[in-house]
Design a protein around this ligand. Structure first.
Ligand SMILES: [Fe+2]
Ligand SMILES: [Fe+2]
Length: 370
């Protein structure tokens, strides 16, 4: 009898907590909102992508596709005994807010990949391309679903079906999709493995079980990145012309600096993980840059004396932009405009830091090594 009552009381508090959190965090709205920093949804010229001929990289392609087909992570994204109880009610409110924000942002990014890859598979006729995008959409759906399960435990799951219809899509021509998606897959790998290794050494900081899943998870992202590296290799112009090298440099600067600003908005989250954000971001850039030598002929100089100060200025400027946007009115607009100007200047200064030139190896394929 006692147990039933205790269970009832537990259910009530559980229900109350869910209602409280759902009132505070409209996660579907958070995911739908299109700001400079939120993960976006993309669309592209699917017909052009469908015309890719993978013959020049056939040998490496077949090995990668066979590996994806074997589906090594088929049973991985399921809660099991390793999924310890999460004390959402007892979590410090700031940390909880930042952690939910982290999960929503990660879920949106994963789902963004799923939507794009699925659409390519749906529209394509090229069997090589369709097969690849089918496997990648499968993986990203699992990733997004698994994060959403974690959010569901707090009563704040994202409505992914609604998101597909309501979120704005950004058009990128295929070559920009290759640069941006290649980078986000490899950066995703570097982010997940760096957190995983850190928590392996400091398990006392693992405040949520989801981090235990990151090792196998990041291998999926690694393979996705490999696929884009191969796709870029099918057309050498993509990585060798003067103009395209400038584009690669642009995407590297944009993706790295966005990550810096996003991470620095989550102080309590990183403190709970015992991670120094400056260290973590530099570490992720270092790993990503080392991997990207497989295909990119230029690399950002993240040890340059202007690099970190430039990122800090960009972060401060973007905080002002956001504050101005929230304030509204003439004063808010002026604050926003001044912040925008400073953010652009900071971005230009980062972009103009001399890059390192490298020569990608003859064979593109890599295996996860961290
Ligand atoms: Fe993913
Ligand atoms: Fe991925």
């Amino acid at each position: 009898m006692k147990d039933v009552n205790a269970e009832k009381a537990h259910d009530t508090t559980h229900g109350e907590l869910h209602a409280e959190l759902a009132g505070k965090f409209d996660t579907t709205a958070m995911a739908t909102d299109t700001t400079l920093l939120n993960p976006r949804f993309y669309t592209t010229d699917f017909d052009e992508m469908d015309r890719i001929d993978v013959t020049p990289v056939r040998a490496e392609w077949d090995v990668l596709i066979a590996q994806m087909k074997s589906d090594p992570n088929k049973g991985h994204f399921k809660k099991n005994a390793d999924w310890d109880h999460v004390d959402w009610a007892g979590m410090e409110p700031h940390l909880r807010a930042e952690f939910i924000d982290f999960l929503v942002s990660s879920c949106t990014a994963e789902f963004s990949g799923c939507v794009l890859y699925k659409e390519m598979k749906r529209r394509g006729n090229n069997p090589d391309i369709c097969e690849l995008f089918n496997y990648m959409a499968r993986d990203e759906a699992r990733h997004a679903g698994f994060i959403n399960d974690a959010l569901r435990e707090a009563g704040v799951a994202v409505n992914l079906g609604f998101l597909t219809k309501a979120k704005k899509y950004t058009y990128f021509r295929p070559k920009f999709i290759y640069y941006a998606t290649y980078l986000s897959e490899k950066i995703g790998y570097a982010r997940y493995i760096t957190i995983y290794r850190h928590l392996e050494a400091h398990p006392e900081h693992r405040f949520h079980p989801i981090f235990k899943w990151f090792r196998e998870w990041c291998n999926d992202e690694f393979s996705h990145g490999e696929a884009f590296a191969l796709l870029m290799r099918t057309d050498p112009k993509l990585t060798t012309t003067w103009a395209n090298k400038l584009w690669i440099r642009f995407f590297l600067t944009a993706v790295y600096s966005t990550m810096w600003v996003r991470d620095h908005a989550r102080k309590d989250f990183h403190e709970a993980l015992g991670v120094d954000i400056d260290w973590y971001d530099q570490e992720v850039y270092r790993k990503t840059s080392a991997i990207a030598r497989q295909v990119f002929p230029v690399e950002l100089d993240i040890d340059h004396p202007r690099w970190i100060p430039g990122l800090r200025r960009m972060n401060a400027a973007m905080l002002d932009m956001e504050a101005g946007r929230k304030t509204g009115g003439i004063k808010g607009r002026l604050t926003n405009a001044w912040g925008t100007l400073r953010a652009l200047t900071a971005f230009a200064s980062l972009y103009l830091i001399p890059v390192k030139h490298t020569t990608p190896p003859a064979s593109v394929r890599l295996e996860p090594a961290y």
